[in-house]
Design a protein around this ligand. Structure first.
Ligand code: 5GP
Length: 207
């Protein structure tokens, strides 16, 4: 069956735990690559250049857009974020599953360009849990947290545009569920047409 890499988009409101889920997924299973985005926002304490993001000035970011180096890009709460094209394409060709952790508008652009993308929305169990998790993230001031919750409320309209929804309540279970969803995509008919064609041709010997 298909050994081609699958492009996976994981979105979720700020504070849902996307980063933690993806980190665990990569530790527990082979064959996952995380696309590192470019952003104009400043690094949070503990974040590293080239690991969490490629940190750019606005001018550098606009230059990347001009050079068509980004697969998609969007503005989010006052900063730009974008997916570098070259990394995604080369890893998919090597047969890796590539994960994009991006917000819903960029996610929809990706789905339009690459319709086979597996779209997963990671949801919090409920709104109050989300607010409390975000408040526990001491790296942002109250104003930024408010803006992110407001943005999350707007994003909630887009949830039904995703193919799958996984609720992040118990971390171990969430990681397992996300892995199952991605694994199943390897068996989609559209991802196995080469195999099907070969089998159909072989079957002609019985005609
Ligand atoms: P944060 O500042 O919390 O790291 O990210 C803010 C939001 O931007 C999150 O929803 C994250 O998923 C999204 N994001 C990160 N990288 C990209 C990207 O390359 N493109 C788009 N469209 N969104 C991104």
């Amino acid at each position: 069956m298909s050994h081609k890499g699958i492009l996976v988009v994981i979105s979720g409101f700020a504070g849902t735990g996307k980063g933690t889920v993806i980190e665990r997924l990569r530790k527990q299973y082979d064959n996952y690559e995380l696309s590192v985005s470019a952003t104009t926002r400043s690094p949070r304490p503990g974040e590293q250049e080239g690991v969490h993001y490629f940190y750019k000035t606005k001018e550098e970011f606009l230059h990347m857009i001009d050079q068509d180096e980004l697969l998609e890009h969007k503005e989010y709460v006052g900063n730009y974020y974008g997916t570098p094209r070259a990394f995604v394409q080369s890893r998919l060709e090597e047969g890796k599953n590539v994960i994009l952790e991006i917000e819903p508008q960029g996610a929809m652009d990706i789905k339009k360009k690459m319709p086979d993308t597996v779209m997963i929305f990671l949801a919090p169990p409920d709104a109050v849990t989300l607010r409390d998790r975000l408040a526990g993230r001491a790296t942002e001031d109250a104003q930024k947290q408010k803006e992110r919750l407001h943005r999350a409320a707007e994003e909630s309209d887009m949830i039904t545009s995703y193919d799958y929804i996984v609720v992040n309540d118990d971390l171990d279970q969430t990681v397992e569920e996300v892995h199952q969803v991605i694994s199943a995509a390897h068996f989609r008919m559209g991802s196995n047409l080469e195999f099907v064609k070969k089998l159909q041709e072989e079957m002609q010997m019985f005609v």
